[in-house]
Design a protein. Structure first.
Length: 280
């Protein structure tokens, strides 16, 4: 049998999902299961039992009429928004992400005389921040269960035909949602993610911020210390992080990179605790 041992709210979740871990009684191996963040309120009794102190209503910011929530601080960042997960950590658009997520941007910003990959980089003023070419920040604005829209495709008995039908239907739903979205079409992206194969599908709507700049990146000797093997060990001795900043037009709307843009002001950002973690 398995006992619920701990709750994990990962800050590495571009699709805004909750993760709960379970472990065998007395065992060391952990098994993880994920739920869409829209299930947070329904799961609150279980999450509270596992030690969650934050009200579930403060986790999911994708529901209509919800106030600033934890999910508003989590973003997807990278080339075309597809690199990895980041988190807002300040009121002026500062984002923390993993070291490898920004490597493409750092590589393009480097030159024969400035090897930022090897030596690292720090901007000591906003004017010194480096442009993250082609990088975008995607903020989840809504997620809706659209499983019923794919039920017919999922019922197809032939595996290959089923996969094609599901893929096409997912693409159609995303295009239709983008066409309905308010605001400049260039700042909105939609996609249907498979949460459980042939069972649960969620339509995500994102706001795209297209002006992303490099604030700090550790030198490669620190950011990749220990190589890939250390990536799966704990505790780690690696400076596996990078600081970026998102910018928007003066009116607060998403915009192409420009010297006139201002730091984005997120609805919610994470604050690092200096008190450590209390054992539960």
């Amino acid at each position: 049998s398995f006992a619920l041992k701990s709750l994990v709210l990962p800050l590495a979740t571009p699709r805004a999902a909750l993760a709960m871990s379970t472990a065998a009684r007395g065992g060391r191996n952990m098994r993880f299961r994920s739920w869409p963040i829209t299930e947070a309120v329904a799961l609150e009794p279980l999450l509270s039992q596992m030690g969650l102190q934050l009200p579930a209503s403060e986790i999911d910011g994708t529901a209509p009429g919800s106030g600033p929530c934890l999910s508003d601080a989590l973003v997807s960042v990278g080339p075309a928004g597809r690199g990895g997960t980041g988190s807002f950590i300040s009121s002026n658009g500062l984002i923390i992400t993993n070291h490898h997520v920004a490597l493409d941007a750092v590589r393009q910003a480097s030159s024969l005389t400035s090897d930022y990959l090897k030596d690292g980089f720090v901007a000591r003023s906003p004017e010194e921040e480096l442009m993250g070419k082609d990088y975008e920040v995607w903020i989840t604005r809504s997620c809706v269960d659209v499983s019923s829209e794919l039920s017919a495709a999922c019922a197809e008995p032939d595996p290959l035909e089923r996969a094609n039908l599901v893929r096409n239907r997912r693409q159609d739903l995303a295009r239709e949602a983008e066409a309905r979205a308010t605001g400049p079409s260039s700042s909105v992206r939609c996609e249907v993610q498979e949460m459980w194969a042939d069972k649960t599908y969620v339509l995500f709507t994102y706001e795209r911020l297209r002006d992303v700049r490099i604030v700090y990146v550790p030198p490669m000797s620190l950011g990749c210390f220990g190589g890939d093997s250390d990536n799966f060990e704990w505790p780690r001795h690696t400076a596996d992080f990078t600081l970026l900043r998102a910018y928007v037009a003066p009116d607060g709307s998403a915009a192409e990179p420009s010297a006139e843009n201002l730091p984005y002001r997120p609805e919610k950002y994470l604050r690092a605790s200096t008190q450590g973690v209390a054992p539960s």
